[in-house]
Design a protein around this ligand. Structure first.
Ligand code: HEM
Length: 127
């Protein structure tokens, strides 16, 4: 029963652990980088492994509110992930203020990522 949604939930749990273990840099950084790579890879996987043309165009799902909500949240997630990398680089350069920014963005990112999972999960169709 290892489908993309289950994997995404697992990566969310791992991200939560890394969120509470920021001082363990050798754990925090690889987990966060892997999660971001996972998030970027997922649309590519779905594009290559799902009948998206049938689903979106032939079944008219492109006009559904859920698809657009999911899409909007995904763009927000990517923006937050880019902002996290930017603030992380500042932390590593020794900027003390960047830590607060990174922390605040982290909370928003966790919320948005949860919403991306929920809005994606309800629309998942393995066919
Ligand atoms: C490429 C991605 C990321 C890198 C390179 C990175 C790197 C870092 C580094 C170097 C620290 C400071 C650790 C220390 O104090 O020794 C930190 C702290 C932290 N990171 Fe990240 N991080 C990344 C992504 C994320 C994400 C996606 C989240 C949230 C889901 C997150 C949440 C946090 C939190 C909550 C802290 C503690 C900030 C504080 O001191 O209050 N990070 N991160």
């Amino acid at each position: 029963m290892l489908n993309p949604f289950v994997l995404a939930c697992f990566s969310y749990a791992l991200m939560l652990v890394a969120f509470y273990r920021p001082r363990h840099r050798y754990f925090h950084i690889p987990v966060m980088v892997a999660t971001i790579v996972f998030d970027v890879s997922m649309p590519i996987f779905l594009y290559t492994h799902r009948h998206w043309w049938h689903r979106l165009i032939e079944q008219d799902d492109i006009f559904s509110f859920g698809i657009w909500m999911h899409f909007g949240l995904l763009i927000t997630l990517y923006a937050l992930e880019a902002a996290q990398i930017w603030s992380a680089r500042k932390i590593l350069k020794g900027d003390p203020l960047a830590r607060t920014t990174h922390h605040m963005q982290a909370r928003a990112l966790l919320l948005v990522r949860a919403l991306v999972l929920v809005t994606g999960g309800v629309q998942a169709d393995p066919a």
